[in-house]
Design a binder for this molecule. Structure first.
Ligand code: EPU
Length: 421
């Protein structure tokens, strides 16, 4: 038996939806807890599978972890294990972010390589180069990154590309290094700001938070803390696109609208009206969206995680859109699924050209990753008939209560358990 979402197109989404903490923040914050002995508590955590999976990774390092609804408590022992368990890490790519905290705390870290996935290759060369600048040695042995560094010393580090994961790992190693580390061309996603804010609460000394130059003055020890995870801007933006595509009106609560300045501006260019408050915003669209171009880039550019939503909107927009993907080369693979739904879309290297059609037509489609899955559901909302979206376990990893939230906004969507197609 397998689950799929049965999406009946045609409804106009209306109402309000609450968004909880960001997946791409909570997993890093859980890793950051390793930096201080004692109990760190995180609230506003999303109830998604990745959280218990990350809890298993931390348990394999000797921590006690409890996950109760939206609260995760991590009890970190004085002596941590330095070797992350292969089985736990292999189920969760983000678990590579234990590398920085482990080398900082244990002066040694062994973390299985996460490998590539459906959105493209995901090497760790920048993570390794950064740790090497701090004085660690890193090698790949038997499919694992093995890092050693008896003494970590502050250094100047220039990243080739503002990688989210590399910035996080280097930052988490640098907070306990001797002296000052400067990370230039650092990523500055809101989730990195959230991580830096929690590290600061723990006693870390970080300057330049939210900019592309982070200066970290190493301290000898950090203290455990309590921290509320920031709202998930990618989930929030997914609802914004859903409102615009279905010509609806949706208020999204629990997300800082400034994290979506560019997204909301794009939607206004497509014809939507938007209103922003504190930790909430509303998107309303009366007619058919107009075609607009999108270029994915590190924050504050348009997020690659929203590229499938951009393609879905373009597929039903009035006119032709060009979408350029600059972050994950294989993310356009999902466009073939959009074509099954009647989208007039072609890709060539980094670019996709999408000619909008009045209405898509339902078909069975397969989600290859979290965001592709969400994009296909949005397309299904604008398709005639019942679209079956398969491999929904991907969607469940990033969107807590997705079906219930869609139903709450008036969409005709159900989770169905049947024999697979
Ligand atoms: N890269 C390298 N070498 C490195 C690190 C990255 O070449 O050492 C390349 C990657 O291959 C990619 C680009 O740099 O082409 C950007 O990768 P980045 O390191 O910024 O991404 P990440 O940390 O692996 C996080 C999110 C992704 C999100 C990206 C970009 C988490 C757990 N994942 O990945 O989220 O797309 O940043 O914003 O935080 C998702 O949530 O669906 C998702 C894939």
């Amino acid at each position: 038996m397998a689950e799929h979402f049965a999406v009946t197109g045609g409804a106009r989404l209306q109402g309000s939806v609450d968004v909880v903490g960001a997946k791409n923040s909570v997993l890093k914050l859980m890793a950051a807890a390793l930096l201080a002995e004692g109990t760190t508590t995180l609230t506003n955590c999303p109830e998604i599978l990745d959280v218990p999976l990350m809890a298993d990774v931390l348990r394999s390092l000797g921590c006690g972890v409890t996950v109760e609804r939206d609260t995760v408590a991590i009890d970190v022992p004085a002596r941590l294990g330095a070797e992350a368990d292969y089985r736990s890490v292999s189920k969760l790519r983000a678990s590579v972010c234990v590398l920085g905290p482990l080398i900082a705390r244990c002066r040694r870290a062994v973390v299985p390589l996460p490998g590539g996935d459906a959105i493209g290759s995901r090497p760790l060369d920048m993570h390794q180069a950064g740790l090497q600048r701090l004085g660690a040695t890193t090698e790949i042995e038997h499919g694992r990154v093995v890092a050693r560094g008896d003494v970590l010393r502050g250094a100047q580090i220039w990243l080739d590309f503002p990688s989210v994961g590399a910035t996080e790992n280097i930052l988490m190693a640098a907070v306990l290094a001797d002296g000052t580390t400067v990370i230039d061309n650092a990523a500055r996603e809101p989730e990195i700001v959230d991580l830096a804010a929690m590290l600061t609460q723990m006693g870390a000394k970080i300057e330049g938070i939210g900019t592309s130059t982070l200066s970290v003055h190493g301290v000898t020890a950090l203290q455990p803390t309590e921290h509320r995870v920031i709202g998930d801007r990618i989930v929030g933006a997914t609802w914004a696109f859903a409102a615009a595509m279905t010509r609806g009106e949706v208020t999204v609560r629990g997300v800082d609208p400034h994290h979506l300045d560019l997204v909301l501006d794009k939607l206004r260019s497509a014809g939507a009206e938007t209103e922003a408050g504190t930790q909430e915003f509303t998107v309303r669209m009366d007619g058919r969206p107009g075609a607009i171009d999108f270029v994915t880039l590190p924050y504050p550019g348009f997020a690659t995680d929203l590229q499938p939503m951009a393609i879905a909107l373009s597929a039903v927009a009035d006119g032709t859109s060009m979408i350029t993907e600059n972050v994950f080369e294989a993310r356009f693979r999902f466009v073939d699924e959009m074509v099954r739904l009647g989208a007039d879309a072609r890709t060539d290297g980094h670019h996709a050209v999408v000619r909008g059609v009045e209405r898509l037509s339902s078909a069975p489609v397969w989600a290859s990753d979290i965001r592709a899955g969400a994009g296909l559901v949005l397309a299904g909302l604008c398709a005639e008939g019942v679209t079956q979206v398969w491999d929904v376990e991907h969607i469940d990893r990033g969107y807590p209560r997705f079906v219930e939230n869609l139903q709450g906004l008036g969409a005709d969507v159900e989770r169905v358990l049947t024999d697979p197609l």
